[in-house]
Ligand binder design. Structure first.
Ligand code: LHQ
Length: 265
């Protein structure tokens, strides 16, 4: 069934705002949402009137990662899904586009950012979060490996000791904890979130935008020069994890709202 208005686009004073809009699913990535996000980013890139972009979520979630109730993932189909292919064609191109776009992209993290939803926040240029927001590397909890860039984004943004712990255990980080670790630029009350992000975007627009674009290019070369190779590596590992009994069990348990019983295979 096609949902309506699952992604909203607004343009205001040179700032393009993209809102993921599946609030009852905490803006989990259905295929349709992924394709719309990809198109929206392309539109923002092409539109010369847009000089900065904000990505946010409607309701109490930023993005809960892949839609675990979707037919392609929830194993209603007899075949096990190819998660490597899923990543190569759907989520990885979004991560690459955000890094390559020579306009600043701000994640306005209004609520929980889990799994690939956390990767989406991490791949943006700036992260401002509401006090109520939280961050979860949810992947291993459903028998997967971190993807959409989380393995290298997290370990390059903060110290490896903590990033590995977060990836392995999947514990929830509050905004305050994420800020203290250096994952966020700022934490603000929810009521001020969009105002703060708009103000940052307008400040960037009012500055030397060519210098900003070139700085982003240099930063990419310094920190994320191997992004495509690493995304591909994650996809190849996710292909293995996605065919495991543990992943089947993880998704089933999530949808049945119970604890999973893993066997390590
Ligand atoms: C959801 C979801 C969701 C569907 C909440 N899907 N409905 C994976 C596979 C394929 C290819 C590529 O890459 C990936 C990468 C990934 O992203 S793997 C990680 C996928 N995400 C998760 O494992 C997170 C799952 N969600 C949660 O753990 C919790 O919902 C969090 C911690 C995010 C929020 O918890 P609560 O605040 O307690 O909310 P809730 O669990 O009650 O969720 C609210 C509703 O949203 C609920 O629906 P319902 O109809 O019962 O009200 C959830 O089922 C739904 N929802 N996440 N990912």
């Amino acid at each position: 069934m096609t949902e309506e208005n699952i992604l909203l686009i607004e343009k205001n004073s040179g700032v393009g705002t993209i809102t993921l809009n599946r609030p009852d699913k905490l803006n989990a990535f259905s295929d349709e949402l992924i394709f719309k996000l990809k198109d929206a980013l392309k539109e923002m890139e092409r539109d010369s009137a847009v000089k900065a972009v904000i990505i946010t979520g409607a309701g109490r979630g930023f993005c809960a990662g892949a839609d675990l109730a979707s037919r392609s993932i929830s194993m209603e189909s007899a075949q096990k899904p190819s998660l490597g292919t899923h990543l190569r064609h759907r989520l990885n191109p979004i991560a690459v586009k955000i890094r390559q776009m020579e306009k600043p992209i701000i994640a306005a993290v209004n609520g929980v950012a889990a799994g690939a939803g956390m990767s989406l926040a991490l791949v943006c240029d700036f992260r401002i979060a509401a006090e109520e927001a939280s961050f979860i590397q949810a992947f291993t909890k459903i028998g997967l490996v971190p993807d959409t860039g989380s393995t290298f984004l997290l370990s390059r943004l903060i110290a490896p000791t903590k990033s590995f712990e977060l990836m392995m255990l999947g514990d929830k980080l509050s905004s305050k904890e994420a800020f203290e670790l250096g994952l966020l630029n700022k934490v603000v009350p929810a009521a001020d979130l969009m105002k703060e992000c708009q103000a940052l975007a307008e400040r960037l627009i009012g500055g030397a935008t060519l210098a900003y674009a070139l700085t982003k290019r240099a930063y990419n070369r310094a920190v994320f020069h191997d992004i495509e190779e690493l995304l591909e590596y994650e996809a190849s590992l996710q292909e293995i994890a996605g065919r495991s009994d543990d992943f089947m069990e993880g998704v089933k348990a999530f949808n049945e709202k119970r604890q999973p019983a893993y066997k390590g295979r």
